[in-house]
Design a protein around this ligand. Sequence first.
Ligand code: SAH
Length: 390
Amino acid sequence: MKIATLNRGKETKYLNHYPLVDEADIYNNDHLKEGDLFYIMNGQEQYIATAYVGRQHKGLGWILSYDQNETINTSFFEKRFEIALQERDYYYHIEGTNAFRLFNAEGDGVGGLTIDNYDGHLLIQWYSKGIYKFRYNVIEAIQKVFPFKSIFEKMRFKDSEYTGGHVLGETPEFPIVIEENFTFYNVDLDDGLMTGIFLDQKEVRKKLRDHFAKDKHILNLFSYTGAFSVVAAKNATTTTSVDLANRSRSLTEENFGLNGIDPKSQYIYVMDTFDFYNYAARHGKVYDTIVIDPPSFARNKKKTFSVQKNYDDLINGALNILAPNGSLLLCTNSSAFSLKAFKNVIKTTLNEADVAYDIEEVMGLPKDFKTHPHYKPSKYLKAVFINIKH
Ligand code: SAH
């Protein structure tokens, strides 16, 4: 077994079960290659943990075990998967939802690996070359533990030409239809990096439907397949979806159709968000609830956009076309953008715009996206509902 010795003073962090191995904490890591297992030792050559090398932008790799006698093999993954499955028992037994995360990386004990369940069709996501080296063990363990109709995979690391595809079981015809809180969505597990729906927003969607949509005009920016629009349309007067990508129009229309909503009764714009702000303001359009759920970084012909730097522009644009006493749903999934910093941007922007407001609700990840208690970035999702008073 390879050994990595911690630099002086770094021991406590790992004894306290911090799950990510930081390159800077290791005395020498030249001998550590992707997929290698290694023991983390202190300066006195005492064992602290077993880890694997899987370089992500976050660090060198992830801790797998605190037991020197535990071998990292199929049964190791089986044990972790069994616990994860028990913890998702709730989702297998509720009505109206058949898509959820089964295994959430470091939150469930293996950083760099997630498994989602889309009505029995499983999606494995590999976040590093290193974790992919355990593919055989992982897939063998999945077959032993999780019920499934089919298994698909996606490579979330860069140096792979193969981006993913079918692994085992049925070969369903995509899109398949999944259900979440009694709303239906199309899903394709074999088309690029995204699947059609972001499962981490399920509770936020429900909140929007139940508390911010009734008899309202809803604007959904960065709408992608229209998930927020479709769920809101169940109670709203109208929805308007805005996304830059051409494909968003038909994907959104199909999701409306699945739910018995005539797509022609809703508004869909294939447009840049900032162009839409200008267009809407020029035409005197106003909305009661505006949903902003942008990617962390976006580029269009005119400029690059980063949530950390430009969220204030998004808020200001929305304020221009918000009805009196309207609401905002502001989201970010950037782990680098902390809740504290996000709330600060919200506060500063609204104060500078001289509007009074109440924060109605601050939401994060649902419990199937289990997080690690000692690793803050795993709580990456922030969704803030705000009522503006004017
Ligand atoms: N809010 C969505 C997910 C957003 S994914 C949901 O709930 O499902 C990010 C989306 O932003 C993509 O569909 C992308 O096409 C869109 N996008 C990126 N830059 C944009 C821009 N400048 N204006 C509008 N949409 C943009």
